[in-house]
Ligand binder design. Sequence first.
Ligand code: NI
Length: 169
Amino acid sequence: MALREILHYPDPRLREVADPVDEVTDEIRTLIEDMAETMYDAPGVGLAATQLGIKKRIFVIDLAGDDEPSDLRVFINPELSDAAGTQTWDEGCLSFPGGNAEIKRAATIRVRALDANGQAFELEADGLMAVAIQHENDHLNGILMIDKLNPLKKRLLGRKMSKAQAASV
Ligand code: NI
């Protein structure tokens, strides 16, 4: 396993649309292990392959608390449907270090995907799991949380990010 570099906004690779995974090979499983390790190291609760500059439709999520055993969920070629209701969370993103924003999303969602063994599964999610699935699935389509903000908040977050980049150089 290896830690990989997480791309930060406004890296143009975050805007690329990821391609479906043809087959869940050992190479894909190694990528998934690296994604999980990189997410835990950050630390974060979700990470999409797009955030590592890899154009594959894969994301990982782990919402377990600090004192709970890990609960890694792997989603390959996810398809979302049956979005219903609305909820608003104060979201963060590993590609926007230090920047978070309140984002409105569906309250419940259904997702079909393949797991790390290539097995199809289906999940109905609500609460934070529904938020995380929608956030990570957006990454696979080149959509970022900043896109969901009104012009004023977009400018504030964008300015915060360019300052963060200047400071980290
Ligand atoms: Ni994100």
